[in-house]
Design a protein around this ligand. Structure first.
Ligand SMILES: Nc1ncnc2c1ncn2[C@@H]1O[C@H](COP(=O)(O)OP(=O)(O)OP(=O)(O)O)[C@@H](O)[C@H]1O
Ligand SMILES: [Mg+2]
Length: 475
């Protein structure tokens, strides 16, 4: 870049300062009579010309030095200028350049640290918001942006989250006494519902830092989604309530009949026989309920462990059909059974899959219209899978019920299911067993026409070679 012209005032001032000693010396020599007027004038002019040239060069070097120092703060690496008429400035420029390199390195490492801090904060799975002393948002991680949407920097927390419980908890955390000390302890937690959709149960953990961070952060807010936990708690509570309710009815029935047999019907032989029959039915109902509950709990306990035996689905299905043949005949329902030729063996547990198909075929027989056909087919499905479908020509299930059908005790028609001896746990057991097998349960139903329940299971040879041959215990 071309040198800038030197301002005239500075040039004259520098010349005056540089010429002053020579001028004083020549004037003294002239005054003392050692120098005549003409030589004194010639000497003075000569010195002035040489000084003017030197001062110009010197000032130009200084200006280049000043520009070089100025450029050091830019992003670009500046070029070291030639400073031949100001040797001291050349050394200074070298020292300043070294200083600038050190400073750049330090700035790079600070930038790296800041980037790593943000990366760590962004990597946190829970939403995090950092606010300053004035409750303004100074930092927010990606999980928080995903939950709350973008939040403008330096905006008050209330622009992102308008929950009075949260805002007053943050205010309490940041409140100071007249002596400047914080009033509240350095952490708290507050629960609230985050408006949806979907509505979320959230717990916010608040923590005040010992002192404000470099970016001004003083309080951290970490949000934790407790919706699933809450739902599980509710489901557990519902389950206990439902199970107790299911047991309460037969117990009350039994107690009533015992009371009657002890009292008014003590000597009534006919009534006693009838009551004992009903009591046996109620006891049987309780036994089935307890058996199903125990089975459900057993399957849940080892749901994470995938079965690894090879099983012959045709064999399993034939066993189930033999068991249910009598029930089918008594209801006047025919069973059609078809297995695709050369069907691959499935990976699973023989006993558990027997329970699955027993439940599905039992439902089909129970809910089928009399004199209709229940079809059971087994065939290859998508690559590496086999599918067993159980179809009936029953009343079908309205679509609104389908998503909840596998919940424990969920019944489309409570009275009908009870009257047919159902506990409402069959499909819940089916779902858990199928999950454990890493399989899938699909339900298709058309009200008035019938339903098809399809279980898809992994076929042998598609599990990455971790299948154990039948009858061999894995080591
Ligand atoms: N094939 C089907 N056709 C119509 N409705 C069905 C069929 N299968 C199941 N359902 C409905 O789904 C509900 C839940 O079925 P699930 O098998 O879990 O219970 P259940 O049959 O009543 O009792 P159980 O525990 O003895 O099997 C049933 O009560 C019934 O309303
Ligand atoms: Mg059932």
């Amino acid at each position: 870049m071309a040198d800038q012209p030197i301002p005239l005032r500075r040039y004259f001032a520098a010349n005056t300062v540089a010429l002053a000693p020579s001028a004083v010396a020549i004037a003294a020599l002239y005054g003392a009579g050692f120098l005549a007027g003409r030589p004194a004038l010639i000497a003075m002019v000569g010195i002035a010309v040489v000084t003017a040239v030197l001062v110009q060069r010197y000032l130009a070097s200084l200006a280049r030095f000043a520009r070089f120092v100025g450029e050091l703060s830019d992003e670009r690496e500046p070029v070291m200028p030639r400073l031949s008429f100001a040797p001291a400035t050349e050394e200074l420029a070298t020292a300043v350049a070294m200083l600038s390199i050190g400073w750049r390195r330090q700035r790079a490492s600070i930038d790296n640290l800041a980037a790593s801090a943000q990366a760590i904060v962004d990597g946190l799975p829970d939403p995090l918001i950092a606010v300053d002393r004035q409750r303004r948002v100074v930092r927010i991680n990606q999980a928080a942006v995903a939950l709350l949407g973008p939040v403008g920097a330096e905006r008050d927390l209330s622009t992102a989250m308008r929950h009075p419980q949260l805002l007053s908890a943050v205010d309490a955390l940041l409140e100071t006494a007249p002596d400047g000390n914080f009033i509240a302890t350095d952490q708290s937690a507050v629960e609230f519902v985050l408006a949806g959709p979907p509505e979320l149960d959230v717990i916010a953990h608040l923590r005040r830092l010992p002192r404000a961070a470099a970016d001004g952060s003083l309080a951290l807010i970490v949000l934790h989604d407790t919706t699933a936990q809450r739902r599980a708690e509710r489901m557990r509570a519902d389950f206990v309530a439902n199970a107790s309710h299911e047991l309460k009815t037969p117990i009350a029935g039994l107690a009533g009949f015992i009371e009657t047999l002890r009292g008014p019907a003590r000597d009534d032989v006919a009534a006693r026989d009838r009551f004992l029959g009903i009591m046996a039915e109620q006891a049987d109902r309780m036994r089935r309920l307890v058996d199903d509950l125990l089975m459900l709990s057993r399957i849940e306990q080892h749901e994470h462990a995938r079965p690894d035996r090879e099983i012959d689905l045709e064999n399993v299905l034939r066993g189930v059909l033999d068991l249910l043949q009598l029930k089918a005949s008594s209801r006047g329902v025919a069973i059609e059974f078809a297995v695709a030729a050369g069907l691959a063996r499935a990976v699973g547990d023989h006993d558990e899959l027997t329970i699955v198909f027993q439940n599905l075929i039992d439902n089909a027989l129970k809910y089928a219209k009399p004199a209709t056909v229940v079809r059971v087919t087994a065939e290859p499905a998508e690559p590496g899978r086999v599918a067993v479908a159980v179809s009936d020509e029953g009343d079908g299930i309205p679509a609104a019920h389908l998503p909840r059908l596998t919940e424990r005790f969920y019944r489309v028609d409570n009275a009908r299911s009870r009257q047919l001896g159902g506990t409402g746990l069959g499909l819940a057991i089916v779902k858990h067993v199928v999950n454990r097998h890493r399989g899938r349960l699909d339900i298709q139903s058309t009200p008035g026409k019938g339903s098809t329940f399809t279980v898809t299971l992994p076929a042998v040879g598609w599990l990455g070679g971790n299948v154990t041959p039948q009858g061999v215990t894995p080591s």
